[in-house]
Design a protein around this ligand. Sequence first.
Ligand SMILES: *Cc1c(COP(=O)(O)O)cnc(C)c1O
Length: 386
Amino acid sequence: MNYIPYGRQDINQQDIDSVVEVLKSDFLTQGPAVPKFEALVSQYCNVAYSLAVNSATSALHIACLALGIGPGDHVWTTPITFVASANCALYCGASIDFVDIDAKTFNMSVIELEKKLVLAEASGKLPKVVIPVHLSGQSCDMEAIASLAKRYGFFVIEDASHAIGGRYKDEPIGNCRYSDITVFSFHPVKIITTAEGGLATTNNAALAKKMNLFRSHGITRDLDEMTHAPDGPWYYQQIELGYNYRMTELQAALGVSQMQRLDEFVAKRHEIAARYNQLLASVDVLVPWQHPDTYSGLHLYIVQVKPESGFSHLEVFQKLREANIGVNLHYIPVYLQPYYQQLNFSKGYCPAAEAYYANAISLPMYTNLTEQQQEYVVEKLSSILH
Ligand SMILES: *Cc1c(COP(=O)(O)O)cnc(C)c1O
């Protein structure tokens, strides 16, 4: 069997033609494709503003900047996420902390969040922003998080890098009903791709305006934002310290084309998950549990080796890799990374996250995974565990 990765893009002729068309056009950057892509995402998510950028990492950074995060501020996220969800706080000079996960969904635990807020209030160290991450594409308990946000006065950025096309309480993830800003990633392993790319959504005009500035050098051509009348027709003003986080026209055109198949992609991922659930019923692993309030984008399909199977996680992992199956582990608890260890987080800090890390395996999950490949993955897993 050829190598089976854990995730990969799904590119068709229309995607290719869309990019080629841009290459032959007048604009490779700062043209009509980016606003077109943004409008499509806004419409799909039923949200007022979309700001496309060159990665979700950049989107998280400008989201924090727009919310005014800086030195002295505290930002909280989950340890079971990609490092970017935590790094964005450090980019802004803020401090970062981690809220342990729920053992069933692997998302940030609302119970742990509330406990931590009570303590933080007593010591005067409440977070300014909390960044829940929709692991695998399954929404966090956003209603509960939003009600804590109201009570304790923090902002919420949803890291929905895994979750475009997913729903929570029958509404699209990204509509920001329970958050200030939502961030998506379009890396090739995610649900839709722009090669590299990300996007922030919000319903708040002021936040959208700020993110728009931060993604492009802090420069404005809007007369209302300038400190004085333009010197001439060439004039622009830099009014913030921004970055060049712009998405290119090539990326946006690919995004526009991919958006047309988003629902199809997510439906296909659900078919694959249902098949895994069925095939794995007699294998010693726990299949992903889905909360009834959620419809996951299913970026990942994470199983856990049952401790009573008698097999070590490492052993199972190594044997699957030897069988040419690109299983992966999402994620190493962020605070166990050497960079975070020097910030004084010790082992044992989030016990549920560490227990998860000891058993989790992401099986191959992408739209073009064939039934034959899926059967091969399950056969291997089953024979290893017997
Ligand atoms: C992929 C990912 C990111 C970063 O996305 P990029 O577009 O690669 O910058 C951030 N958070 C999570 C949870 C991710 O999975």
